[in-house]
Write a protein that binds this ligand. Structure first.
Ligand SMILES: [Zn+2]
Length: 392
């Protein structure tokens, strides 16, 4: 988030500009100035682009405020040169909630376009937009058409476009979630291939870029749905690590280094009388070695601000929170006692084991038999990295 500039917040949701976005505005100003040699044209060109991105912010707020109504918080809205992105804590698994959140964005653009069309009708203005090379005469008409295009483009039934989510949620009313996602992802990839072919025939690099964007987006979405399908209905305890090293409050940085080198653990809970009082992550440990003496107690440098979960909590929700917060280790605490650690690696393993068992065509094996499968050893470097829930 440091590469983004906060420009305000709406209903507690921070709105950020990515630095590349400021570069774009500067480039557009320069482009119009060089093209027309007039400051007025440069300013109105920049004004039109600012207006477009204001509409993009409103589009993202359409998603975020609909999500809020369903109790889903949004971490931030960020504007990039290619568009906006709302970071939702999670996407609800109820199809109708996803439907309304997904359609909330394009609906805002439709409302803006309709409002501007009404304004033009009332004032007798022209509906012809400006040419992109010479903006400034008919900004209202231009903005109206651009909002119509934004709504139409976002409603294309292809992930990661909003239309892909709309399609998936409608399919999920009849089929199960993973299957609905697979169908929607296939439709998206077919469209991506079509965009790609048209892009090649027309020599259009923007279409080729969109094709790639859609193709990769569809793949990620179906992977995330698979993660969700395998973690849904599973409690945290089935995936947590129960054999792990803890540090006591009297241990020093040097003791922590010994443990780090001796085993495969990366993050160490600092424990006092069975209660976790801190979490020493590898990054923090390494960083502390250059800032502090080796005999410094670990309790002085361990993170005190970390989120915990309970062993009975639903794994899919905790997993989504871990992704949203970029948090790879979560202590599992029941009645103040440290029961285990939930790590992204272990969730990844649970999914691998589940999918291997499932491919032996025993569909109901998932929840009953997994407790017999040893999931507590960590392999090296098999880390899952699904993205958090982002809505363009
Ligand atoms: Zn959207």
């Amino acid at each position: 988030m440091k590469r983004s500039l906060k420009i305000g917040s709406v209903s507690g949701i921070g709105i950020f500009l990515h630095w590349t976005f400021l570069l774009l505005v500067a480039a557009i100003f320069a482009y119009y100035y060089v093209q027309s040699q007039s400051l007025g044209a440069a300013l109105s060109g920049t004004g039109l682009v600012t207006g477009i991105f204001l509409c993009v912010i409103l589009h993202e707020l359409g998603h975020a405020l609909t999500a809020k109504r369903f109790g889903v918080p949004t971490r931030s809205i960020t504007l990039y040169p290619i568009g906006g992105l709302a970071r939702l804590e999670r996407i609800p698994s109820e199809p109708m909630k996803e439907f309304w959140i997904a359609i909330g964005g394009p609906v805002v653009n439709i409302v803006i376009a309709a409002g501007l069309a009404f304004l033009l009708l009332v004032t007798g203005g022209t509906f012809a937009p400006d040419a992109l090379t010479a903006p400034g005469q008919h900004i209202i008409a231009s903005l109206m058409w651009i909002n119509a295009v934004l709504a139409g483009f976002n409603l294309l039934p292809a992930f990661p476009m909003d239309g892909g989510r709309v399609l998936r949620s409608l399919l999920a009313l009849r089929q199960d979630y993973a299957q609905a996602t697979q169908t929607a992802a296939n439709v998206g990839q077919a469209m991506a291939i079509l965009f790609g072919l048209i892009g090649i025939v027309w020599f259009n690099p923007i279409l080729l870029f969109i094709a790639l964007f859609v193709y990769v987006g569809a793949q990620q979405e179906s992977q995330q749905a698979m993660y969700r399908a395998f973690t849904e209905g599973t409690p945290v305890r089935q995936a947590m690590v129960t054999r792990f090293v803890t540090l006591s409050v009297d241990d020093t940085l040097s003791d922590a280094v010994d443990e780090l080198l001796a085993g495969t653990d990366h993050d160490f809970p600092v424990v006092e009388n069975g209660r976790i009082v801190g979490l020493l992550r590898r990054k923090r440990l390494i960083q502390s070695l250059s800032d502090y003496d080796e005999e410094t107690p670990v309790a002085d440098v361990a993170d005190q601000d970390f989120f915990t979960t309970e062993s009975g909590a639903p794994l899919d929700e905790v997993f989504q929170q871990m992704n949203a917060k970029s948090c790879s280790t979560v202590p599992v605490v029941d009645d103040d006692r440290l029961m285990g650690l939930l790590t992204l690696e272990n969730v990844g393993e649970l999914i691998m084991v589940s999918s291997a068992l499932e491919s032996r065509s025993r569909p109901s094996v998932r929840n009953e038999q997994l407790s017999d499968v040893p999931l507590h050893d960590r392999p090296n470097g098999t880390r899952s990295s699904p993205g958090s829930a982002t809505v363009p």
